[in-house]
Design a protein around this ligand. Structure first.
Ligand code: HEC
Length: 316
């Protein structure tokens, strides 16, 4: 029994200690660099992304107003985060750990780099190293390019990859590719992973009824799955491949925020009955408590009356 509290404490705190340990990033990921230089533009876009995705936990950089979690998220303007290499920040943001969410499916690779560029703007000593070309071990010296298109006839989106160097352009074959559609929150995987054929193409079946915007536009993102072999290439395009979706009007009959008048009668009835039942039950319990109190005071009254009679009967 006396070990109970220490054991309970250990169970509660152990994950904290485990996470508090150094967050080790695999060697080959540490040296990863952005393919584009950080500019005011990337910093501005990074700031926007930071405000929507990170500020809730990490606070405003330089203000130290991050929320208290174990292990601590930390202020991005401080040594804790700045001591990481670009590749380490990129890896940590994309994989996450513990309370730190994984942003792999929420932000594209370029977007994570924009956030890194914003975070680096708080470090005066930082000098950026840029990866000159997107090299891939499969096509040394070449730049990998992706193009995307929509084939209405069989409702597929095709991704076509080629390796371009000074002399020639060749198709990238045998590369695993994944396709995502951007949603309000994160990205939705489309079809399964495909491998590029001998012409460098991979086709993805678009599910029927994929919602697009008013015109039917869908924002697609294609990525190589084997980044070590083919390089970190991703491609974003907007294609007219979805269904036209008219956003629900604020005045629509069944909108969630609509006034009570438009709620179906049965919902109102069930709700009202439920509320009455719960309060009725509470009232019942209160009444029973009152009864117990009354009975208690009657018994107590009797007892003290007896005591008085006893003292009165005592001989003087
Ligand atoms: C839900 C809260 C939360 C959100 C949102 C969040 N983080 Fe974190 N972050 C954490 C916590 C907690 C840690 C510490 C994790 C650990 O050490 O295990 C952390 C750690 C980190 C680290 C590693 C710090 C180190 O010590 O090396 C980086 C870099 C980072 N976050 C960047 C970001 C960025 C960029 C975003 C937005 C894209 C973001 N975080 C969004 C909670 C959050």
């Amino acid at each position: 029994m006396k070990y109970l509290i220490p054991i309970a404490l250990l169970i509660v705190l152990a994950p904290g200690f485990a996470w508090g340990q150094d967050w080790v990033v695999p060697e080959e990921r540490k040296g990863r660099l952005s393919t584009f230089p950080f500019t005011d533009e990337t910093r501005q876009s990074g700031e926007k992304l930071y405000v929507t995705n990170c500020i809730s936990c990490h606070g405003t950089p330089g203000k130290g107003n991050y929320i208290s979690l174990v292990p601590s998220p930390g202020d991005p303007a401080t040594e804790k985060i700045q001591k990481n290499s670009d590749g380490e920040i990129f890896h940590k943001v994309s994989t996450g750990r513990g309370q730190m969410p994984s942003f792999r499916n929420i932000l594209s690779g370029d977007e994570i780099w924009h956030v890194v560029s914003y975070i680096r703007s708080f470090n005066k000593n930082y000098i950026q190293k840029v990866m000159q070309v997107i090299t891939s071990s499969a096509y040394p010296g070449a730049v990998i390019r992706m193009t995307m298109g929509y084939n209405e006839a069989d409702s597929t989106v095709f991704v076509s990859a080629s390796a371009v160097d000074e002399k020639k352009t060749v198709a990238v074959t045998g590369a695993g590719v994944r396709l995502f559609a951007r949603r309000y929150f994160g990205m939705m995987a489309i079809d399964e992973e495909k491998t590029t054929d001998e012409s460098g193409k991979a086709a993805f079946r678009i599910p029927a009824g994929l919602p697009g915007d008013r015109e039917g536009n869908v924002h697609f993102s294609a990525k190589f799955t084997d980044e070590d072999q083919f390089g970190i290439v991703s491609m974003d395009t907007i294609l007219l491949a979805g269904d036209r979706t008219i956003p629900v009007s604020l005045l629509a009959e069944r909108a969630m925020w609509n006034n009570v008048r438009k709620a179906p009668v049965w919902v109102l009835l069930t709700y009202t009955i439920g509320v009455i039942a719960v309060w009725g039950f509470i009232f019942l319990i209160m009444m029973k408590l009152r009864d117990i109190y009354i009975i208690g005071s009657i018994i107590q009254g009797k007892k003290s009356a007896e005591a008085i009679t006893e003292t009165e009967n005592q001989p003087t």
